[in-house]
Write a protein that binds this ligand. Structure first.
Ligand code: SF4
Ligand code: SF4
Length: 146
């Protein structure tokens, strides 16, 4: 299956954080932005965009996890988290070049994007008022290099 991930068009993104609200409310049942699976980052006042897991091939988070809590789900092209195995050590967070994994201090386990598996469209995409978000598909050589 081709690699897919949520892509943000920085030209459209205003940094409103509605994507974070949509994600955390949908997944956690509260507006706990620190638990959003998509993160708004601002590298300069004029450059704001949101980032979520890129589901890398040979993903470093999967490799470094000492508990085998993360695995690539090839069928759905996402990384699966087995919360029962996660010890909250944070190694995966350190290894992620996109800052796409966050620690839930309440449960001491991590959270990360799974493209809202089961929904026709991820919540962040549904609610972005600027249509800045879309699913980007990768295949072939592009995917192999990620
Ligand atoms: S909801 Fe859309 S415009 Fe607002 S921060 Fe997220 S990606 Fe940017
Ligand atoms: S925080 Fe959990 S998923 Fe991440 S490396 Fe540690 S045990 Fe694995």
């Amino acid at each position: 299956m081709e690699r897919r991930y949520i892509l943000c068009d920085a030209e459209k993104c205003t940094g409103c954080r509605i994507c974070e609200f949509a994600c955390s409310s949908g997944r956690e049942g509260s507006f706990a932005l620190e638990l959003s699976r998509i993160r708004v980052v601002q590298s300069s006042p004029a450059d704001t965009r949101s980032m979520a897991c890129r589901f890398c091939r040979n993903a470093p988070c999967v490799s470094v996890c000492p508990r085998g809590a993360l695995s690539m789900d090839e069928e759905n092209s996402i990384i699966r988290l087995d919360k029962g195995r996660c010890a909250g050590c944070g190694w995966c967070i350190e290894s992620c070049p996109f800052g796409a994994i966050v620690l839930d201090w309440g449960t001491k386990t991590v959270v990360m994007c799974d493209l809202c598996l089961g929904l026709s469209q991820p919540r962040c995409i549904q609610f972005c008022p600027k249509n800045a978000l879309s699913i980007h598909g990768l295949d072939g050589d592009q995917a192999a290099s990620r």
